[in-house]
Design a protein around this ligand. Structure first.
Ligand code: 3MF
Ligand code: MG
Length: 344
């Protein structure tokens, strides 16, 4: 049994298309995914605005709220919470060149409209967290945008959201690249700086995704620690990643168990979750997986978190203190490896 409450998004059980091949599994209706999430022991679901309300561009604000109400009823039926709503600003024809930092004023307006609608949907779903994964807020061609002006535009967009609703919290999910080449907000440190520049820094925090930190060449546990030091770790997306390539969203711990251990350790040591924070699993099922077993990656990831929590409980802090006093970090490192391999 874990100390954490887990969530996942509908996109984590997908049809298997990648950049070089088509879908290999049939789409699963949202209700079926939600039922399965409950069965797997998740406590909540993460949503993009159009996961909750498909086709919202063509709807009035009233219609959007009514549709969101149906999702709220669905979640209630399975006793699940909504963790957050994230405007999906990377799929739409209006956001080809980015959302809040598009070179088109009309498209920047559209991005804000979607952000406001995401807030409306979140309120109906009973959650106050809005996540901004700033997918296309950057450049493919470095000279196509003014980077200073656009960092300011990001701050303005967050301010507009904070002013629209004084109870919402905005969590920025940084990522250095993919789908764009250069992001305007690539790491936790950038998120902290943007937060500090807004009209209400207490309501602007970070979602740290393990794979995104690795893609930036950084350590996910230390990135979490950085946000925790500012009391601004609003959510995590645990997963794993084999080196610096495209974003893989592998099952948590599948590539680097020690790195996974240190993520769980920093969360446990800092009582993550005690303010209602969830542990999100942004893991994607492999393309090779057959449809009948396409939730296995979520179950595996939960299991790994639970096993690593047990390792954290067994971690010998007295022995660590002795090693630190003697400055014998080789001994400490040897102990950590034996702990992870089940030899102590
Ligand atoms: C991409 C991601 C995203 C975000 C999601 C919620 C599609 O690398 O991590 O997943 O997590 O949009 O913000
Ligand atoms: Mg993510």
């Amino acid at each position: 049994m874990s100390r954490f409450r887990f969530t996942a998004g509908p996109w984590n059980v997908h049809e298997g298309a990648d950049a070089f091949g088509p879908e290999v599994r049939a789409s699963i209706p949202l209700e079926e995914k939600v039922a399965k999430f409950a069965e797997l022991g998740l406590s909540g679901v993460q949503f993009h605005d159009d996961d909750a309300v498909p086709g919202l561009n063509e709807m009035t604000e009233g219609e959007i709220r009514a549709e969101a109400g149906k999702i709220r009823a669905l979640l209630d039926r399975y006793n699940l919470a909504a963790e957050f709503v994230a405007p999906r600003l990377w799929m739409d024809p209006h956001t080809v060149d980015g959302g809040f930092t598009s070179n088109s004023a009309e498209d920047r307006e559209f991005a804000l409209w979607r952000a406001y609608r995401s807030i409306d949907i979140a309120r109906v779903l009973g959650c106050n967290k809005i996540v901004l994964w700033l997918a296309r807020e950057g450049t493919l061609c470095a000279e196509s945008k003014n980077p200073v002006e656009n960092v300011r535009r990001l701050i303005d967009a967050v301010n507009a959201m904070l002013r629209y609703d004084d109870r919402i919290e905005v969590l920025i999910e940084p990522k250095p690249n993919e789908p764009i080449d250069r992001s305007f907000c690539p790491t936790t440190g950038h998120v902290m700086a943007i937060s500090a520049a807004t009209v209400d820094p207490a309501r602007v925090g970070c979602v740290l995704e393990s794979a995104h930190a690795i893609l930036a060449g950084l350590d996910p546990a230390n990135e979490m620690a950085f946000a925790l030091a500012f009391s601004k770790l609003g959510s995590v997306h645990l997963n794993d990643q084999n080196g610096m390539k495209f974003d893989q969203d592998k099952s948590f711990g599948a590539e680097n168990l020690r790195q996974a251990f240190n993520q769980v350790k920093v969360l446990c040591e800092n009582n993550y979750g005690s303010r209602g924070e969830f542990v999100g699993l942004d893991v994607k099922v492999m393309r090779t997986q057959r449809a009948e077993a396409c939730y296995q990656h979520i179950a595996n990831s939960i299991r790994v978190v639970e096993m690593l929590e047990k390792k954290v409980e067994r971690f010998d802090y007295d022995y660590q203190a002795k090693c630190v006093a003697a400055r014998d970090y080789e001994a400490l490192e040897g102990y950590v490896l034996r702990l992870l391999l089940g030899d102590v």
